[in-house]
Design a protein around this ligand. Structure first.
Ligand SMILES: C[S@@+](CC[C@H](N)C(=O)[O-])C[C@H]1O[C@@H](n2cnc3c(N)ncnc32)[C@H](O)[C@@H]1O
Length: 337
């Protein structure tokens, strides 16, 4: 279905070998290495040492593209973490760490350079899952997928399967690159996206949405700025004591959805906005509109999560509840007639 091959300045990337229809599960993987919410970057190296030789070579085969300033930062981190781990093993040596004896099992120097390598690989390849059990994780194949601000696939953690599944969120043509968004929020303006990608992954995005010289990029940016303004105005209104009005909220939500879908963004965030729109419509008694929004949420979630995901089942349930409320209403109207 896909192949991993060079993707120009991005390094390697994942490409569709033939048409990948929307909703296809492209990858389903367990983490190679992961951080729990209560662990921190200082645990990455220790965790990497627990890997089997084949897992370790898989991890080391992943790329790490880092800038000079990031490299400097990683060395500092690695030195600090390595000394910290040494001090755990030999607490009495802490004040005199520079006097480590040469016959130590792993010399600090080797351990520090290996530490820098592992940290850099982890930082370049980890996805933020932010689930109850896993905060960040690196995967053997999924970590080859490059970023696009308007991606054609989305990865979601399936707790029941304990796997990270990547699904096509639209049809992906043969030869086209499979992409994910590394960003934590949807609809952000270019400047914000650039900051997050630069500080998080150390690259400058050159996707179509980021190309402000192109018509598509410019129009997208105008739309995003418009939505940001609308959201700000709405938030200001509510925070300065204004009534939280369902009608107004729905208007903002639908404008946001039009902008996202107009750009080709799909996935979990879009589905949850549709669900919220369904709830708002339902609360205002607009059952047909509520059902339309719930159906769209179900459609989007089916494509990005798969029918075996618990969130999809919950979305599907909303759809059924609204459908049966409408049926009930129609039935009662018939009785009255
Ligand atoms: C998860 S890895 C993706 C696979 C990687 N390209 C490889 O060669 O293995 C993330 C790294 O790929 C590169 N990358 C991903 N998306 C990119 C993009 N849109 N533009 C430039 N570089 C990108 C960055 O160096 C980033 O740190």
């Amino acid at each position: 279905m896909y192949e991993i091959r060079p993707a120009g300045p991005k390094g390697l990337g994942v490409f569709a070998k033939s048409l990948i229809p929307i909703g296809t599960r492209i990858f389903s993987e367990r983490p190679l290495i992961s951080l729990h919410p209560n662990q921190s970057a200082s645990d990455i190296y220790t965790l990497s040492r627990l890997l089997s030789p084949s897992q370790r070579s898989q991890l080391l085969s992943l790329s790490s593209h880092i800038t000079t300033s990031l490299r400097f930062m990683r060395w500092n981190q690695a030195i600090y973490y390595t000394l910290k781990s040494f001090s755990k093993n030999f607490p009495f040596l802490l004040p005199r760490y520079c006097h480590f004896e040469p016959q130590r099992p792993a010399s600090p120097r080797n351990s520090i350079s290996e530490h820098v390598r592992i940290l850099s690989i982890f930082r370049s390849n980890a996805f933020n899952l932010s689930t109850e059990k896993i905060y960040q994780a690196v995967f053997p194949g999924i970590s080859r997928i490059n970023h696009d601000c308007v991606p054609n696939a989305q990865g979601n953690w399936n707790q029941g399967m304990e796997r990270f599944n990547v699904h096509a969120t639209r049809d992906i043509e043969g030869g086209e690159e499979v992409t994910l968004s590394y960003l934590g929020e949807v609809g952000a303006i270019r400047e914000r996206r650039g900051q997050d990608l630069g500080s998080g992954y150390g690259f400058e995005c050159g996707c179509q949405a980021c190309d402000l010289d192109s018509e598509v990029g410019r129009r997208g940016e105008e739309n995003r700025a418009g939505i940001k303004h609308l959201l700000q105005k709405y938030a200001e209104g509510v925070s300065s004591g204004g009534q939280k009005c369902g009608e107004q909220e729905l208007k903002v939500l639908m404008a946001f959805l039009r902008m996202l879908e107009g750009e080709g963004v799909a996935g979990r965030e879009v589905a949850s906005m549709y669900l919220e729109a369904a709830r708002l419509n339902e609360s205002m008694g607009r059952m047909e509109k509520a059902l339309k929004c719930a159906r769209r949420a179900e459609e989007v979630d089916r494509a990005c999560l798969g029918i075996d995901h618990e969130t999809y089942l919950a979305t599907n349930e909303v759809d059924s509840v609204i459908s049966s409320a409408i049926e009930q209403f129609e039935y009662q109207s018939l009785i009255v007639l």
